[in-house]
Structure formats: C-alpha cells, structure tokens
Design a protein around this ligand. Structure first.
Ligand code: PLP
Length: 392
C-alpha cells in the first residue's frame, strides 16, 4: 500500500509521449498505424555531429563535466546568441541541461514558492503547467483563441497579472500552434511587463529556426531593457534533430542561472559529456542542415493545411513555423454521432482510421487536435487519406 506524494498526484504523464507509446503498442500488435503524434524531427542527426560524438568517446571524454556544461559548449552557446540573436552573455550566464525540458524545470524550481503564479498562454506546451505544479506554483492559463491566431494580447496579459505573478512564459514559434509573435506584438507585451519590474520572463525559443518567412524575433530584440529579468531557453533538440541527445540551454541573469545550476547539481549533475561535444559541433559547424529540414517541413505544411481545409468541419490556419499544425475540429465533433469532444475524436481516428494524433485538450486547446508533420510526405498522404475516409 504505497502512498504517493501530493506533488506527483498533482500532475499527469506527458500526453504526447502517451500517444506515441500507444501508436507503437498498436503497431507491435500488428495494426497499421500512421503516427502523427511525434514531437521530433524525422531527420537523422547530421553526420558531422555524430562523428564528433564518436571521436569524443574514443578520446575518453566520458567522465563528469562541470555541472553547468563544458567551457567549449558554453562558449559555442555564447557565440550562437551573439551571431544569431545579437545578445551578449558571459559563460556565467549560461546553463547547459539535459534537454530544454530540464532547463524550464530548473527555472521553475529555482524561482517559485508555493502559491506563486505563472502566466502560461494557451494553447501551451504540455509540460509547462505540470512543471509549475511540481514546483508548488500555480499555472494561470490565459486563452489565446484561434481568432487571435492563438496569441494573447497585451490587454490579456495585463489582466492576468496579480501581486502573486512571478513568471510569464512566451513560446514562439509555439508548440502546438505553430504561431510566432511579431515584433509589434512582443513590443506590446513588453510594455505591460515594464510596469511589473519584479516579473521574470521565460522565452522558450526551441523552434526559433523552424520558421517559414521573416527572421525569428525574441522579446529582447524589441525590449532590450528586459534583459536583466529574462531567461532565454533554447536547445539543439529540434534545430539539429538531436532529441535523443538531451541537450538544452538557458541564458539569463547570473544569479538565477547560479540557482538553477544548484538545482541541477542535486538532480542530474552535468548533461552527458559526449552529447555536449556533439552539441558544440552542431552550434559551431555548418548550418546548412537546418535550411534543408525547414524546406521539407514547409512543403509538408502547405500540403497538410490545404488538405485539412477541404474536410467539412475542419479549419486549419497556416502556421508561421514548427512542425505542428493545430486544426480546429469542432465542426467534425458536432457532426459525428457518438463523439463528444477532441479526446473522443482522437480515439476514433486511431481506432477506426489508424491515424495517431494528439487531442487539443492536452495543450489547453479543446476542440482542436495536433498533427505533427515530422514524417514523410508518403505518410502524410496516407494519413490524410485515412482521416478523410474516417470522417466521411
Ligand atoms: N520547449 C518546447 C516548446 C518543446 O516543444 C519541447 C519539446 O517538445 C521542449 C521545450 C523540450 O525539448 P527537449 O527537452 O527535448 O530539448
């Protein structure tokens, strides 16, 4: 009779990983399932990055490193921020972690006291609310409807801030919506944040490189005065197709980075030595891979969005980037007998159509579903054909 902590009972397992696991189990049982649940690029990690890791193993670089990352990787991250974002950081302002997920986890643990509020725009990445709960904080969800291209307004942000608010989370381009905030929109949010000098900003730029047109904008590009209280989160998982290597990084105020490093020192210690060498080569090396991958995602995006919009009851906005689309399927739910919500529709699609998608409810977007386009055109064509048939 094992009694679990209130902490763990307050959260749920990652629903996106659950969909992927379910599809894998059905496939193992002999069912033909097209998986559109995955949150990772379908490309192989570039060869020069793999070779660097193999060389690191052969040279014996297989021991503990500094908790906050190797000097070489931290230097590569400093150089990346200068080159790509125009930001100045010293190595003391950088923490390398076991994936972007741990970066945000460390931040929540280092920053939040019980009852502290964290403003999270919905639709959101599934892990933000639960990581806030694990830190004793309270997720304050602000709804960004489809009519606003799934982005919150400055007025909504202002209305959500209370004396308890400690942190505001920006994820642009967003998982699951694929939408990115423009410079003007970020400037408007920044004007609200300026009136609350104690509020910390977390900007999760994990999909910064996966955008269709125009350069990526971070809030610090338009509000550089927020530098002293902004934590920039990023990683190599999506940009270099390195999800399994588990390297993410955070850059921000040295005091907060030091606190996050202390948290990490008592949980995982350093990220894998070999992966750090690989990430360093990824950041410093030839960036051509990213462009090729993004071109493929754009082509698939155009196909999937057009096809989804031919289905009665489905409305899918074209995105700004990422490898997700988040069609509104409320019209289908209303039309089909016996399907009550997006969870029911996702269940119906995997059972009757052999297509695995993630219900929007998992992301705070009921009535929607998330499709990952990080799979081949052949798979996407098969999936869309099946969805069309199942919904007919
Ligand atoms: N942030 C966002 C918005 C994500 O979608 C993900 C992965 O799905 C992450 C962070 C974490 O990435 P990882 O921990 O794999 O580096």
């Amino acid at each position: 009779n094992i009694r679990l902590s209130d902490r763990v009972l307050s959260i749920k397992p990652s629903p996106t990983l659950a969909v992927t696991a379910r599809a894998a189990a059905m496939r193992a049982a002999g069912k033909d399932i097209v998986g559109l649940g995955a949150g990772e690029p379908d490309f192989d990690t570039p060869e020069h990055i793999k070779q660097a890791a193999i060389a690191a193993i052969h040279s014996g670089f297989t021991k503990y490193t500094a908790v906050d990352g190797t000097p070489g990787l931290k230097q590569a991250i400093v150089a990346k921020f200068k080159r790509e974002n125009g930001f100045d950081y010293t190595p003391k302002q950088i923490l390398v972690s076991c994936g972007g997920k741990q970066s945000f986890y460390n931040l929540a643990q280092a920053l939040l006291n019980p009852g502290d509020e964290v403003i999270i725009p919905a639709p959101y990445w599934v892990s933000y609310p639960d990581m806030v709960l694990l830190a004793g904080g309270i997720p304050v969800i602000v709804e960004a409807p489809q009519a606003q291209r799934f982005k919150i307004t400055a007025e909504q942000l202002a209305a959500a801030i209370t004396p308890k608010t400690r942190l505001f989370v920006i994820n642009s381009p967003s998982n699951p919506t694929g939408m990115a905030y423009s410079a003007e929109e970020l400037k408007a949010l920044g004007e609200v944040l300026r009136q609350h000098p104690d509020l910390i900003v977390a900007t999760d730029d994990m999909y910064e490189h996966i955008v269709w047109d125009g350069a990526f904008v971070n809030i610090l590009n338009v509000c550089p005065d927020l530098y002293d209280r902004t934590m920039v989160l990023n990683g190599v998982s999506k940009a270099y197709s390195m999800t399994g290597w588990r390297i993410g990084y955070a850059a921000g105020p040295a005091k907060l980075i030091e606190a996050m490093t202390n948290i990490q020192s008592q949980s995982t210690s350093n990220p894998t030595s070999i992966s750090q060498v690989a990430a360093e080569v990824g950041l410093n090396g030839d960036q051509a891979f990213i462009g090729e991958m993004v071109q493929a995602f754009k082509q698939r995006h155009d196909y999937v969005v057009a096809e989804l919009n031919t289905l009665p009851g489905v409305e899918c906005l074209p995105t700004d980037g990422t490898f997700y689309v988040l069609p509104n399927v409320q019209g289908v739910i209303d039309r089909l007998d016996g399907i009550a919500d997006d969870l029911g529709l996702a269940e119906f699609l995997i059972e009757q159509g052999g297509v695995a998608v993630v219900p929007g409810s998992a992301f705070g977007a009921p009535g929607c579903m998330r499709l990952s386009i990080a799979t081949s055109m052949a798979n996407l064509e098969k999936a869309l054909g099946r969805i069309k048939q199942a919904l007919a």
